[in-house]
Design a protein around this ligand. Structure first.
Ligand SMILES: Nc1ncnc2c1ncn2[C@@H]1O[C@H](COP(=O)(O)OP(=O)(O)OP(=O)(O)O)[C@@H](O)[C@H]1O
Ligand SMILES: [Mg+2]
Length: 321
């Protein structure tokens, strides 16, 4: 993957107006197991508003299990997940998810597929029947919003097409727009581009960077960042490219027989548009990830490479001097 001069700039992780991180999601001592198979072991994690976080780890380390716990469909066996300060154990529209295999309604156009969630959310069947004029106005508004989101994900030209007329990459963009229209506080993506070919995958990565740019624009206007994203990917280049923070979940650490935990948590390389990417740093981090997250020979204490928040704090301290 080459540096793309049209890529939006990555910037250091955001903080709220008071300079403190604005934490959207917290996993507190999250553990999960299936029978005798202990999968997650004391996962502790804080994600701030506006962060785009990539989660990597060996196959079977529990990435999807962790995402399901965060989504709320499969709450952890012990520990808790907290959103905006409130613990929860059920799904809610504040958390959206997109999987590798999109599930669109084949009989609805792209626009109607995207507008489907708000329709269910905002209106009931009696409302649609007995308050038809109001419903029509609301429906027009939902379709307008859906159209805007499809523009945003680069599908403005295909609003009226049916899924059978769209490529896999286009369907995946519709699925992402479908999740975004619900304005989730946290968007979870579980290997969303895994089934796509290389060039389609790159264009979707760029789409994620454009969402990131919207965060940067909002921050510049002192508005809340619209997108907080946790993306699972097994592609390390992708993780380094699209995120501003990388998490590694792995069973390879001291005490790993008790399940996987966070063994890596660091900022991702930051680059500016029109600038060559710092490939030295990019490759160094990739090698470190391979060693500390994926190697069953390099066994470390799990907190050895977990330094995201301390690095942010020292950066902030340096800036204030
Ligand atoms: N419903 C289930 N019942 C029993 N075991 C399960 C269930 N779901 C997951 N597991 C087990 O939990 C472990 C973690 O699975 P999970 O799917 O979370 O891993 P993953 O990191 O997402 O893997 P991959 O990278 O292959 O997607 C695996 O050993 C898996 O077999
Ligand atoms: Mg998985």
């Amino acid at each position: 993957m080459n540096a793309d001069s049209s890529s939006p700039a990555k910037q250091p992780s955001p903080t709220a107006e008071n300079g403190q991180p604005d934490i959207v999601l917290e996993c507190q001592q999250v553990s999960h197991w299936f029978g005798d198979n202990k999968v997650l072991n004391n996962v502790n994690l804080r994600i701030a508003r506006g962060q785009i976080v990539a989660l990597v780890g060996p196959s079977g380390s529990g990435k999807s299990t962790l995402l399901r716990a965060i989504l709320g469909t499969h709450p952890p066996k012990s520990g808790q997940v907290v959103m905006d300060g409130a613990p929860y154990r059920k799904p809610h529209r504040d958390r959206g998810i997109v999987y590798q295999r999109y599930s669109l309604f084949p009989f609805l156009t792209a626009e109607e597929n995207v507008a489907f969630g708000p329709m269910l959310d905002q209106t009931s069947i009696p409302f649609r029947v007995f308050q038809f004029p109001k419903w029509r106005a609301q429906r027009a508004d939902q379709l307008r919003q859906a159209g805007e989101l499809l523009d945003q994900v680069g599908l403005g030209h295909a609003k009226r097409k049916y899924p059978s007329e769209l490529s896999g990459g286009m369907c995946q963009r519709v699925a992402i727009a479908q999740a975004l229209i619900m304005r989730p506080k946290l968007l979870l993506l579980d290997e969303p581009f895994g089934a796509l070919d290389e060039s389609t995958r790159e264009s979707l990565q760029l789409m994620l960077l454009h969402l990131y740019q919207e965060n940067i624009d909002a921050r510049a206007k002192h508005q809340p960042e619209p997108h907080t994203i946790l993306i699972v990917t097994h592609e390390l280049n992708e993780a380094l490219y699209v995120s501003d923070r990388i998490l590694g979940l792995s069973q390879y650490h001291q005490g790993g027989s008790e399940g996987a935990t966070i063994v890596y948590d660091k900022p991702a390389p930051i680059f500016q548009p029109h600038e060559e990417r710092d490939h030295v740093r990019f490759n160094q981090q990739k090698e470190m990830l391979l060693k500390s997250v994926f190697s069953d020979e390099f066994i470390q204490h799990h907190s050895e490479f977990v330094s995201f928040w301390s690095e942010v704090a020292s950066e902030r301290q340096q800036l204030s001097h």
